[in-house]
Design a protein around this ligand. Structure first.
Ligand code: ZN
Length: 482
């Protein structure tokens, strides 16, 4: 009896425990949640102009132990919230809220409204086109599905035979159009002058074209087609225009000008020597008498100046310099007819002799004496005004020319003599009359060289000082006769 009771109690207790276990299992251990599954993609891209079609969503109750596959109750309460504006590009959110009994859930879908459509450019039709006449724009308009009329944003490029139109809408989409037109080029070539303008050159140096290039927008490099005109008188100070003319294939002409400035060298300051200074000068050497002359000058410790030519023994030129005398340019050829034929011919001879002396002696002399002096009339027939021009030009080119005020008479003309005594008399009389100055003798004449010792003795005894010429010495310039 007692046992049965115990049995019943045991069964009841077991059932109570089982129920408690089931309760725990269903309502405590098994956790439920409400899930939302979006139909379609969670991110939707909508082309501007398309309409958003709501794909909807599903809700299901899901448990961790039971209802693992989920169960869709029918009496779910849905609310859908959205800020979507199909008329404006942007990113929007659609929010789905589901409620079932005590369970709620939320999900979101992103909707992006984009514009990927290119704007469209519409060209107004052309009337009859005339060949090779500048095209007149017939008109165009641009329309974008989102921005509307964007004609004012069109960029227009005209090339030879083609107009290209391009426009970008606010989303970065480009629209293009183009039209063929009669080829037209309104742009002449561009010329670049090397060295620029104004272009300065030192007087006395023949002008050389500094170079140029010409480029045309359609023909490319047209340098070879450039015509250069104008002349530079490189031995006369002034500004000279040089003109560069070039045409492209279309006939567009470009004219450029370069101003060449022929710039004179600064002239050295003339320093008046102290009273009773005599500059002995000897032309036309070197000759077989020159060494004898150098010995006499050395014996009296006197320095002189030699205006030399391209003839004779060049070793003597070296000796003239090494023995302390001044060396100057007379002429390379001493052919009056040649050197006075033109300014160019004269400068040719002058520079030729300067280079010759430099080569033989290492001295680049700027001292010079015109053959026949600056008062010569040789050039009257060949080149009128030549000496007027040259006397300025050589100084502007950096040379100093020297004439004389005491003539020895050793080469004919006034006081002509062929005797040493005659030369000495002429020079001494000149020294007495002039006091200071430049003596002209020729060391190609033995009798003239022989006169030098008497001249030195007389001069030194009478308080004269003998010196060599420098670029600062007075030139004793003659009046010019041509
Ligand atoms: Zn001479």
């Amino acid at each position: 009896m007692k046992k049965r009771w115990l049995w019943g109690l045991g069964i009841l207790g077991g059932a109570a425990l089982t129920l408690a276990g089931l309760w725990l299992m269903v309502f405590r251990v098994n956790e439920f949640s409400l899930d939302i599954r979006l139909r379609g993609d969670s991110q939707v891209t909508l082309e501007y102009g398309q309409h958003y079609a709501e794909p909807g969503a599903e809700a299901s109750l899901r448990g961790s132990l039971l209802l693992k596959q989920g169960w869709s109750p029918e009496e779910v309460r849905w609310t859908t919230d959205s800020d979507l504006d199909e008329e404006r590009l942007g990113t929007y959110t659609v929010t789905y809220t589901a409620a079932y009994r005590d369970y709620t859930a939320q999900a979101r879908r992103q909707v992006t409204v984009v514009d990927t459509q290119r704007p469209v450019i519409t060209l107004t039709e052309d009337g009859p086109l005339e060949p090779e006449v500048r095209y007149e724009e017939a008109g165009f308009s641009a329309w974008d599905n989102y921005d509307g009329d964007i004609t004012d944003r069109v960029e227009r490029y005209e090339t030879l035979g083609l107009v290209t139109y391009a426009v970008m809408d606010s989303s970065g989409n480009w629209g293009y159009a183009s039209r063929e037109i009669p080829p037209y080029d309104g742009q002449p070539p561009a010329v670049t002058l090397e060295g620029g303008t104004p272009y300065a050159i030192p007087l006395g140096v023949p002008y050389e074209e500094p170079g140029f290039t010409a480029v045309d927008n359609y023909d490319g490099d047209v340098t070879d087609a450039v015509e250069v005109s104008g002349e530079v008188c490189w031995y006369r100070r002034g500004t000279y225009p040089i003109t560069y003319t070039v045409r492209d294939d279309f006939g567009n002409e470009a004219v450029y000008e370069r101003l060449v400035e022929v710039t004179p060298a600064p002239r050295p300051k003339v320093v008046q020597p102290p009273g009773k200074t005599i500059f002995l000068t000897f032309d036309d050497g070197p000759s077989s008498h020159t060494r004898q002359l150098l010995d006499v000058l050395d014996a009296y410790g006197v320095k002189a100046t030699f205006f030399v030519t391209g003839g004779g023994d060049p070793d003597i030129l070296t000796e003239i310099v090494s023995r302390g005398h001044a060396i100057g340019i007379h002429t390379l050829s001493h052919e009056y007819g040649e050197i006075y034929a033109s300014p160019e011919a004269y400068f040719d001879d002058l520079y030729g002799m300067q280079a010759y002396i430099l080569e033989k002696t290492g001295v680049k002399t700027t001292l010079m004496r015109f053959p026949g002096g600056s008062s010569n009339t040789v050039s009257r027939k060949s080149w009128e005004g030549l000496m007027t021009l040259l006397t300025e030009a050589v100084q502007d080119a950096g040379f100093q020319y020297f004439d004389w005020n005491i003539y020895s008479g050793d080469a004919g003309g006034a006081g002509a003599t062929k005797k040493a005594s005659g030369v000495a008399e002429n020079v001494i009389r000149g020294m007495e009359e002039e006091g200071t100055g430049i003596v002209l003798q020729h060391d190609i004449h033995g009798f003239s060289v022989e006169a030098v010792e008497d001249i030195l003795i007389w001069g030194l005894n009478n308080g004269y000082h003998f010196d060599r010429l420098t670029e600062n010495s007075p030139g004793y310039h003659h009046p010019v006769n041509n």
